[in-house]
Design a binder for this molecule. Sequence first.
Ligand SMILES: Nc1ncnc2c1ncn2[C@@H]1O[C@H](COP(=O)(O)OP(=O)(O)OP(=O)(O)O)[C@@H](O)[C@H]1O
Length: 255
Amino acid sequence: MIEIKNLTKIYKLNKKQMKESKTKSSRKVAVDDVSLRAKKGEIYGLLGPNGAGKTTTLRCIATILKPTKGEIYVSGHEVQEEPEEVRKKIGFLTSDIKLDPQFTTDYLFDFFGRLHNVPEENLKRRKEELFEYFEIKDFAHKQIKELSTGMKQKAAIAVSLVHDPEVVIFDEPTNGLDIITARNVTDYLRKLRDEGKLVIVSTHIMSEAEKLCDRIGIIIDGTKVAEGTLEELLQQTNAQDLEDAFFEFYKLRRE
Ligand SMILES: Nc1ncnc2c1ncn2[C@@H]1O[C@H](COP(=O)(O)OP(=O)(O)OP(=O)(O)O)[C@@H](O)[C@H]1O
């Protein structure tokens, strides 16, 4: 389970960032008092527009960013108190973390597997399974820098799952992927959910959230403005689809 209790993340802005953001304040509240729970066996989607605070929230869960306030528990371990334990439990994918361009997928898979203390037998089996599923075999021995965007994303996904994590945190996992590769990835996330894993994803794509996520948290300007199953969100807004529901919540937030 992931439990976020009153997470707030404030970035300190430097002069250049203040100028770019056209603000006189040196503080940017990226996430403002967000609480949520996601359970094993579900895909929880964080849905929000650009700059809503989705990536910041996921990075705090993944121990990459330090929360300004609040607590986050991953399988019972608090991210600031037991970051090592949290890192063992999670697989984290984000576009900001790039695989080293001079290495091959095959090499990086083994490297990260050993870093996670995956026994050699299991590592071989995991590689066989993931490389087969994501059709990595044909380019497994090419350097990352030679790969297309889609191939790089598949490689990053396989590497993030090397240790068979019980919690999978994917930041915009289908970003930049063609429709076939994107379906491949979302199908794999469903498979993980069906195996009893907890999957948390961020997206700004309404149709993806609608089809993929068991529960959705809508986040706008760093605040969670709504949460529920698709049916619940539609009921709350009398909307026909998620896009309409989203705009209802957006209007309410901006009023
Ligand atoms: N390192 C940083 N320093 C200062 N401000 C930041 C930093 N990272 C993000 N922000 C700001 O915090 C806010 C939330 O950003 P975040 O990346 O979490 O949003 P997001 O919902 O993931 O957006 P997107 O869909 O565009 O990736 C934005 O206003 C962003 O400009």
